[in-house]
Design a protein around this ligand. Sequence first.
Ligand code: AMP
Ligand code: ZN
Length: 495
Amino acid sequence: MKRRPAKGLAGFPNLNARPLRYNPRMKLRLHNSLTRRVEDFVPIDPQRVTMYVCGPTVYNYVHIGNARPYVLFGLLARLLRRLYPKLVYARNITDVDDKINTAAAAAGVPIATITDRYAADFRADMARLGVDAPDVEPHATAHITQIITMIERLIASGHAYAAEGHVLFDVASFPAYGELSGRSTDEMIAGARVEVAPYKKNPADFVLWKPSTPDLPGWDSPWGRGRPGWHIECSAMSEAHLGETIDIHAGGNDLMFPHHENEIAQSTCAHGGKIFARYWLHNGMLSIEGRKMSKSLGNTFKLHELLEQHHPELLRYMLMKAHYRQPLDWSATAVDQARRTLDGWYTTLRDLSGTRDLERGVSDSELPEEFLTALMDDLNTPEALAVLSRLADAARKADTPETQAQTVDALLAAGKFLGLLQVDPEVWFQGATQDSALDEAQVQQLVDARQAAKKAKNFAEADRLRAELLDLGIVVEDTPQGPRWKRANAATVAA
Ligand code: AMP
Ligand code: ZN
């Protein structure tokens, strides 16, 4: 059938332009922590774009804050794959670290028992959250040879020295040290409470290799049996899989100092002064109800627990609703709002399901230009989500079935790109929530009782029943056809 040209839609002018696809003149712009500016992204080799994201240290379950870089930079990877023929995205697993040693010693097991378990859990959690697997997932313990070689190069070029079984990076040998975080050496030492040790030339010098006692994991090296420092692991893995100079390096802004600063020092010096990573991206920290997540406050929300309580799309929405560079506060109120927004979009899809076959897949070519423009603008996910709201609104107001179907397609395509609107609306609304033990018949009984109270003009009782239902995670909506209910599946995160 010949499609009629789309008619203009108020507030959504790009729907006029068909086909709805990425305009090659649009440029990807990214905020570079190195220059503190938003810049055009220009890869060294457009045929092979490279990105490294610091992965988790696997000694425990990851928390919802850890999921933020993986969801957001995973989305950036999706965008880069759309723009370039090849992306090599490496996200490592830190499987040798003193925190792992402590956890293994406490459990009386070898470190591999701990790291294998939590690396597997991490992968499973990422899959449930709809985070695409990276192209490479290097493990630090599988790169000891490369780590040792890199340390040897640093010693040979005068940037590192061995002392008492340790090898230290000589910070004074790298004048650019501190450029990323913009701190002076004194500030860095004070802020990071760096260890002052007699074998260090300078308190800011950091460990590349350290000796292991027989009870600790260790590998033979020119400096005796020992293990690598955390920072050198990322430098060596990045070099092994992506090369000496990479396009993008990303992680949380808590890693900017000392981890990323040290990675830059090591890699630049090991590569004869070549720039290490050209664009540095940092996400802001996630807090809970306005407070930093911490074990002592008991507010460290584990991702796997939240995945038991909420639909993964709700978690993704929560992580994308703030711009990645901004802080993000997780609160019961925000979860409620997220749920309401998703419910609204799913309501639109349910109500308009007659206009298209929801089973029919959507393709990237249906992505609206306005949506891509938002993502190309330093991954502006709040704006991309606003486009989804405008599309849902435009779909409801569309004055021809063709325009409506086209708008729903655009909504679904944009949702798919963000990992949202992937389930059947009926499944979304009836989706069992773990926070309500009520079965459908029980819910219906309460809904009927409320309706009866309303009919009897006993509004106080009707309100009480509505509140009771809400407490049980059930939202009642009054429609001309009578009351409709759905599971709210929200507000369960309050400690
Ligand atoms: P880690 O395993 O501690 O190295 O953390 C893995 C990733 O999660 C790193 O990129 C961290 O910067 C990031 N991260 C840790 N805590 C938070 C938080 N509260 N909010 C956002 N990102 C975080
Ligand atoms: Zn790293």
